[in-house]
Design a binder for this molecule. Sequence first.
Ligand SMILES: *Cc1c(COP(=O)(O)O)cnc(C)c1O
Length: 241
Amino acid sequence: MAEFTPDKERIAATIDNYKRVKAQVAEAAIKAGRSENDVRLMCVTKTVEPAYINPVLDLGADLIGENRVQEYLAKREALHLDGVERHLIGHLQTNKVRQIVGEVDMIESVDSLKLATEIAKQSAKRDIVSDVLVEVNVGKEESKSGIYIDGLEELLYQISELENIRVRGLMTIPPICDENEVRQYFAVLRQAFADIRSKKIEHIDMQILSMGMSGDYEAAVLEGSNIVRVGSAIFGARKYF
Ligand SMILES: *Cc1c(COP(=O)(O)O)cnc(C)c1O
């Protein structure tokens, strides 16, 4: 990444934002009758330079999410990642799997048997078990990746036949809509999560419900999310480059 001088005001704003979001997530957890430790705050760091990410890592942020394999691999040397969990949250192409397996702690965007099979294959080569979430397209939007809820259970049974991959939960990005509607989408995923969990399928260890972003993390926590993925509310509006 090119040399540049970080903007001190932006660093200060980022730190304030992080503290505010962290407190609001804790407040939402308590409002939902849960413990604040029950909900993890992921800092979504896509397109953000390390100079703005490291201050929040130094404050104790312990989970980051990146969208693109290439961007993450290029940035990570510059990040203060000691004790920090790293998740890939963006759409993953099969031909990129080889580069990312073993380099992150979780891949949250598995939405096909083909992708799961490739992750399992590359994990076997490295003699590891990869933790993944299955991404669900709750709004059935053509523009989004993720499996439709109708096909979720079948996909999970198919993945459960594979070795070297373990499904830890579900992830979703709901349609852009008002708060009432978004809560309904989150509730649909929470119900699917509970149903599958009660089935006790092999290699499926339903623990994580990853939902909620900058605009709707409170609603998501109220509907049972235990990872909220927050980018712009912490780092400011993204500039794509
Ligand atoms: C970018 C992104 C986020 C964060 O979005 P914000 O609205 O900036 O908080 C969360 N999840 C995924 C999968 C993303 O791609």
